[in-house]
Design a binder for this molecule. Structure first.
Ligand code: BDR
Ligand code: CA
Length: 323
């Protein structure tokens, strides 16, 4: 079993990533850390707890992260199409029967990595505030991470602004710190890849019909998301939506779900119009070593296979000691 730490801002698509991660046979979710992002920190924490409970995985601890970005924003949020139409303040799942752990996310990430006897994988599908804060507090932790998989950024286009993807835009300084932190392998699932794989209502019906906690949880949380995505960011296929965060878990299950290239990528932390933009040196114009494995495309059929196999697994309901 591959141990992972999952950093989320749940968030309807984050809930899908959580469901896949606890259902995937090769992954062992050590804990979820929550970030400020799609919603307030208390909302993302509550939604994460609800999701894990619905999946029958109340044994997975949840650690609340930082309630503010790493540094104050130099510019106010650009007016945009409301993400409130995509991410529900409270997911349509029963109230959680427990609270977050007392330890904060950043302290837990540092202590868990320092105590690790085998490498741990970090999957970060939210603004990178917690991961950056952990790296700043304890730069040595990168040695304990075999792979950092991030949902964020876009080479061709943004979604929060024309230039920037939401997770990076929400805390560009944190993303910059993480991109440069020297992790052994940093893999980024940007919009270039996540927009290649969508989910629609026919898939939700298939998932619901699985009759598993994973299938019904995902069907419950994605209906609202698909409606909101369609209203605010319509895709080529009507009534469908990219489920960005889920691609990170599909990648861990089947690395060939995406096409990766090793490139140098950086984050704009200063300019007004390009604030939070990821600049990817595809033509090697800079004398800079590649620092990121960037996904330029993704395969829908492989994604669907990973999705179905993780959600049809009964293991998401096995509780403590899933092996
Ligand atoms: C990312 O932003 C959030 O709204 C989603 O949960 C995803 O992590 C997509 O840009
Ligand atoms: Ca997210």
């Amino acid at each position: 079993m591959r141990p992972i730490i999952l950093d989320v801002d749940t968030g309807n698509d984050d809930a899908v990533a959580i469901a896949m991660a606890v259902g995937a046979s090769g992954l062992d979710v050590l804990g979820c850390t929550t970030a400020l992002g799609n919603l307030t920190l208390s909302q993302t924490t509550d939604n994460t707890l609800r999701t894990l409970d619905a999946l029958g995985r109340s044994d997975v601890p949840v650690y609340a992260g930082r309630a503010k970005p790493l540094v104050p924003r130099p510019y106010p949020f650009a007016p945009g199409r409301s993400s409130g139409l995509m991410h529900e303040a409270t997911l349509p799942l029963a109230a959680a029967g427990r609270g977050a752990a007392h330890e904060g996310a950043v302290d837990w990430i540092v202590s868990t990595l320092r105590a690790a006897t085998e490498p741990i994988t970090i999957v970060a599908v939210a603004p990178l505030t917690n991961i950056a804060a952990a790296v700043i507090a304890a730069p040595d932790i990168v040695e304990h991470v075999d792979e950092l998989v991030i949902m964020g950024g876009g080479h061709e286009f943004g979604n929060r602004t024309p230039a920037a993807e939401f997770n990076i835009y929400a805390d560009p300084t944190a993303a910059d710190v993480v991109f440069q932190a020297g992790f052994e392998r940093t893999v980024v699932m940007p919009l270039d890849a996540t927009h290649d794989v969508v989910m629609d209502r026919a898939m939700l019906e298939r998932l619901d019909a699985l009759g598993t906690p994973g299938g019904s949880t995902v069907a419950a949380v994605l209906d609202f998301y698909i409606t909101g995505h369609d209203l605010t960011h319509p895709m080529e296929q009507a009534a469908s939506a990219p489920v960005h965060d889920a691609l990170c878990i599909a990648y861990l299950m089947d690395p060939e779900v995406v096409e990766l290239r090793h490139v140098h990528a950086s984050v704009d932390t200063t300019s007004f119009h390009n604030y939070g933009r990821t600049t990817v040196d595809v033509n090697q114009r800079l004398d800079a070593e590649p620092n990121i494995w960037w996904a330029f495309s993704a395969d829908q059929a492989r994604f669907d296979r990973a999705l179905l196999s993780s959600l049809q697994s009964a293991s998401s309901n096995e509780g403590p000691g899933k092996k």
